[in-house]
Ligand binder design. Structure first.
Ligand SMILES: [Zn+2]
Ligand SMILES: [Zn+2]
Length: 233
């Protein structure tokens, strides 16, 4: 039996650009959310079936094609609502342009069932995720923060952050694409993400996991004002 408050979590890198899709499930109720099913929906569904999870929501960190490509298939397969920040709807409507930019077929667009808003809390099972609106990589970029105390009162679990393409291990999201802003991403990083506890484990939209504490001391964008753009879309 899993401990109360512990979590089922699988990171599944999907698609051409290896977007990290996360499946986050409650071990007692088997309720789950799927974050950024960008592609390879069959693989994600296999992980969901393997853990006997029921998807309650499909959460999108931002509307770049590598993060939204599988929303419609996932919505059809699970019947769960698709959640996105309102400020990324225009970007989502431009899937055709995005597909042409990287030379992939245009994926079917999903209906967006509800909007994510800053300060909102998503709840499933005994889990809770706070929505942080973190514009900069795109206008409607969000991160999801799961405080330890919400998940396992009195137990030594660590807070989690699903960072989309706002923060990476050793880097930050590029801001030279449509709707991007370097000053806004820096404001989001310093004003919101660096306010989180150092022990917070960060799962970025691409690449390996890190922690807020590690990035605070070693990420060149956060320590030395490095202005060079990274290349993650
Ligand atoms: Zn991405
Ligand atoms: Zn992106």
């Amino acid at each position: 039996m899993p401990m109360a408050g512990s979590l089922i979590h699988e990171v599944i890198p999907v698609g051409l650009l290896q977007c990290n899709c996360s499946v986050v499930g409650d071990p007692q109720t088997r309720e789950a959310v799927v974050i950024d099913p960008g592609d390879e929906v069959e693989r994600i569904l296999q992980a969901i079936a393997r853990h006997r999870l029921v998807v309650k929501a499909i959460v999108n960190t931002h509307a770049h094609i590598d993060h939204v490509g599988g929303l419609q298939k996932m919505r059809q397969a699970t019947g769960a609502p698709v959640l996105m920040h309102r400020e990324d709807l225009d970007l989502y409507a431009a899937l055709e342009v995005q597909a042409a930019m990287i030379g992939v077929p245009v994926p079917a667009a999903a209906q967006v069932d509800a909007f994510l808003t800053d300060g909102q809390t998503l709840r499933w099972g005994s889990q809770g995720a706070h929505v942080l609106h973190t514009p900069g990589h795109t206008k409607g970029s969000v991160c999801l923060f799961l405080p330890a105390e919400d998940r396992a009162p009195g137990q030594p679990v660590r807070p989690l952050l699903f960072a989309g393409d706002t923060l990476f291990a050793g880097s930050i999201g590029r801001t030279d694409l449509w709707g991007g802003s370097f000053s806004e991403i820096m404001r989001s990083l310093k004003g919101k993400l660096l306010e989180l506890p150092d022990e917070t484990v960060v799962y970025p939209g691409h690449g390996p996991a890190t922690t807020i504490g590690q990035e605070r001391v070693a990420n060149p964008f956060l320590t030395g004002g490095l202005r060079q753009e990274s290349d993650h879309t």
